[in-house]
Design a protein around this ligand. Structure first.
Ligand code: IVH
Length: 677
């Protein structure tokens, strides 16, 4: 090929890769399959290797590759990077607004505010000359920061070269580098598997990833950048309002926050705050508040600064998701399968919107990792519906007399021996069904909504029944009489009748529910459904060999082993017999041989609220029909089931042209497969 043609091919590859990259990492709208992107990149690298003189620093092939540094250089910020004043309630916002109006005497109507989620990450500055990224720096103390150019280059949502036209000769863009929640979870899961140190929260993970001297490490971390302002601008001009500047930055290839809005007046700011705080947990990244900025630059200039913060902006903080408190004690809870979980008893603390006095410590590995002692000051985190976690210990507050956590040698409930199985982090009570804690947990599970659904048999009542010696296993539930029930505290005639009726109703069930209700280790709802559909009846299932069990879609060697142990245990079989004798029954179902899985090879995503079915059931059905159920929408997604409240996943599916069905259509589809919900 003539050199001119090769050069042209190179130009076109650069352009294509830049565009695809922008679509994928900035707009979240991939347009080509990964394989095509990879092919173009390989071709680009081949051309650049054959013709090194064509290699440009802003080529997409040059994101990673720089050598590790000995240390970071220093950077002076020409325009200082300031911080923000905080507001904690509506009154603080009113006061902020009043101060603004007092200073802007000529303004009479409500002020226009740009409202932006305050991402919880690391502030950075990016310097572009003639549209090419020259330097990336941390905020540092606001006047000088560290040169992290090599590391910011690895972040795919940061353009190496600006897109479009009309940008100033010198443009300093500022924003936040952060780690999305999903990426953080993955990173920590991987670290946990390798026995490495975990990151406390996404912000620390982002900071740690940027502080790497070796950019190859940074490149592997799921970092993103979202822009919120400009610093130095030379040889060009920008729009006259904050929100419009963000739109321009978006045109030039930056990611900006899609939740940002412009509102008029402080009441509207407060409404925006309320509305976003309700959606806070469903956002894919952590935010710790909202930044409100007077939108017009001319007014910003009039208002100016006080010490290190602008008068024209304020950060309204959300209730903290992390707080300090004291660890009073560690107690041990025994779960359904005997797993003993250490639970931290804490001095009550208000965190993430609720008062927390207990937090899980997971297992012995976690206690060792935290090296927590009784009496320690600890940091507790509660984000969204997630159970509260102890994330770290404040070592400065430790006193030598604080005692280590000692794990029990015997079950704290039934005194049976405790064992730790090979390769498992958990301690386990070996008492089985003689252990009252396991009895209670097994009965609660059996009666729960997704199992035999005994209405009105709540946790408290189960505890009473076991403590009073009325019930010791699930079969004994069906031997309860009204006279028995009336012996219980606070149990009236009517409640007793209702409970007996609910027990009666629960007897007619389905095979998948029955299998799930037995509480066999590692057999969740989806596995129970697969087993039921595969074997069709209890006798066939319970006679299945390990090899036959392994033929079922989501059954691996561990699950097969637990199943075989259950079927080989005389006491388990006796329990099933007693249940059947008591009248528990279900219709056998038609077997679905593996090859009859109509959704095999497809990938589905379930999002939003499914009112009839619930998301878990929807997933279980999809899996039983052969589909893979994924957490994120991509080009590979076959179909998205979207209920009310579906957000970014639905938007992405629509942008990608992925098929979307609502719950009624999904139910119709299930019905067509013989699944009646
Ligand atoms: S504006 C002069 N906008 O909050 C204004 N800051 O306490 C300076 N932050 O270090 C910042 N999201 O890292 C601004 N939309 C946003 C922001 C934001 C997060 C961080 C920023 C800064 C800190 C200010």
């Amino acid at each position: 090929m003539p050199v001119a043609d090769l050069l042209q091919e190179l130009e076109s590859l650069l352009e294509k890769l830049d565009t695809w990259n922008h679509q994928y990492y900035v707009l979240d709208q991939p347009t080509v399959p990964d394989a095509e992107y990879d092919r173009a990149m390989q071709r680009l690298i081949a051309l650049e290797t054959q013709h090194p003189q064509w290699l440009r620093t802003d080529s997409p092939s040059q994101r990673v590759g720089a050598k590790p540094l000995a240390q970071f250089g220093q950077v002076t910020h020409d325009v200082p990077m300031l911080s923000l004043d905080n507001a904690f309630n509506d009154q603080d916002m009113q006061n902020f607004n009043r101060r603004l109006l007092d200073r802007l005497a000529e303004i009479s109507g409500p002020l226009e505010f740009a409202c932006e989620p305050k991402l919880d990450g690391i502030a950075v500055s990016l310097l572009y000359r003639s549209g090419v990224l020259q330097r990336g720096a941390t905020r540092g103390d606001g006047a000088t920061g560290e040169d992290i150019t090599q590391n910011v280059r690895t972040i795919r949502s940061i353009p190496l070269r600006l897109r479009g036209t009309g940008y100033p000769d010198v443009l300093e863009v500022r924003g936040e580098i952060y780690m999305p929640k999903a990426g953080f979870e993955q990173l920590n899961n991987r670290a946990r598997e390798r026995g490495e140190k975990l990151f406390v929260n996404p912000r620390n993970a982002a900071a740690g990833s940027l502080r790497q001297l070796d950019p190859r490490i940074t490149a592997e971390r799921p970092l993103e950048m979202c822009c919120y302002s400009v610093g130095l601008v030379e040889g060009g001009s920008l729009p006259d309002r904050q929100a419009r500047v963000l739109e321009r930055l978006q045109d030039w290839g930056f990611r900006i926050n899609s939740q940002s809005a412009v509102v008029r007046g402080v009441e509207a700011c407060n409404e925006y705050y309320q509305s976003l705080s309700e959606r806070r947990d469903s956002l894919p990244y952590d935010i710790d508040g909202i930044v409100f900025k007077v939108n017009e630059f001319q007014l910003q200039e009039q208002l100016g600064f006080v010490s290190r913060a602008p008068r024209w902006a304020i950060a309204r903080k959300f209730p903290a998701q992390e707080e300090m408190t004291r660890l009073l004690d560690v107690e041990f809870q025994v779960g359904r399968t005997g797993v003993i979980t250490p639970v931290a008893r804490l001095e009550p603390v208000f965190v993430g919107g609720v008062t927390v006095s207990n937090a899980t410590l997971h297992n012995r590995d976690e206690v060792d990792r935290l090296d927590v002692r009784i009496g320690d000051t600890v940091i507790v985190r509660r984000a969204g519906d997630v159970i509260p976690q102890v994330v770290s210990v404040v070592l400065e507050h430790r006193v030598p007399s604080f005692q280590r956590v000692s794990f029990p040698q015997h079950c704290p409930v039934c005194q049976s021996a405790v064992e730790r199985e090979e390769g498992e982090a958990a301690l386990r009570c070996m008492g089985g069904l003689v252990c009252a804690a396991q009895q209670k947990a097994a009965i609660k599970h059996f009666a729960s909504r997704r199992a035999l659904n005994v209405e009105g048999l709540g946790d408290k009542l189960v505890e009473q029944l076991v403590d009073e010696g009325l019930v010791g296993n699930v079969a004994e539930l069906y031997t309860l009489s009204k006279a028995h029930l009336l012996e219980l505290d606070r149990m009236g005639e009517k409640s007793a009748d209702n409970l007996l009726a609910a027990l009666q109703d629960s007897k007619l069930t389905t095979l998948p529910r029955f299998i799930f209700a037995l509480g066999i280790r590692e057999v969740g709802e989806a596995t129970a459904l697969s087993l039921a559909r595969h074997f069709g009846s209890w006798p066939v299932l319970s006679a299945a060999s390990e090899r036959q069990l392994l033929e079922v879609d989501d059954v691996g060697p561990i699950v097969a082993d637990h199943l075989r142990q259950f079927f080989d245990s005389l006491s388990s079989l006796e329990m099933v017999r007693l249940l059947c004798d008591a009248g528990v029954s279900w219709p056998d179902i038609e077997c679905l041989p593996q090859q009859n899985q109509p959704l095999l090879g497809q990938t589905w995503v379930v999002t939003g609220k499914l009112e009839t079915l619930g998301r878990d059931d929807a997933k279980a059905h999809l899996q039983a029909l052969g589909a893979k159920v994924a957490g994120t929408v991509s080009m590979k997604t076959t179909c998205v089931v979207a209920g009310p409240g579906a957000g970014s996943k639905l938007a992405k599916a629509e942008a990608l042209g992925v098929e979307v069905v609502d719950e009624p259509s999904f139910l119709a589809l299930l019905l067509a497969q013989g699944i009646e919900v």
